[in-house]
Design a protein around this ligand. Sequence first.
Ligand code: S3P
Length: 171
Amino acid sequence: MKNIVLTGIMGTGKTTVGRVLSKKLGLKFIDMDSEIEKQEGLKIKEIFEEYGEERFRDIESEMAIKAAKNKKVVISTGGGIVLRDENIDTLSENGIIVNLTAIPETIIERTIANDDRPLLNVENPLDKLNTLLEQREPLYKKADIIVDTNNRSPIMIAEEIIENIGRIGSQ
Ligand code: S3P
């Protein structure tokens, strides 16, 4: 069995769904942003503040290589993982890429409560989100499987992912 790699813009539930999915399948779960925070001893927000986005992207690419070395795991990525083709190439060598989607209003609702996402810590987060979505949607769409998360519980989403993976496997 291949790894399952969750992608998607912030607030699509990659971490929550990843956790549920890994439990359901009895697989190990790796959250790339948490691994980066552990490795660097800093919060993602602090890495952005102290070293800037480009440095974060380099660390993220290194972490993609590390994460991809695992077998039979569920990996949740940071929303910007698709910005470098090499990240997705690495992660898909031994992984199925599953993109989670949500409408901007849902995303804002899910992310408004905390300020740990530097890219949305701006005066108009909805504008920023729309710009990011416009830029990234063609990249997210390259995934093997796309799952809509609007108005759905993490369990329902995990079940849909499992169903879709089964379908791909039987093709
Ligand atoms: C980012 C998403 C964040 C985190 C960083 C950058 C992005 O992860 O990696 O703040 O560029 O979309 P989540 O998608 O888990 O919030």
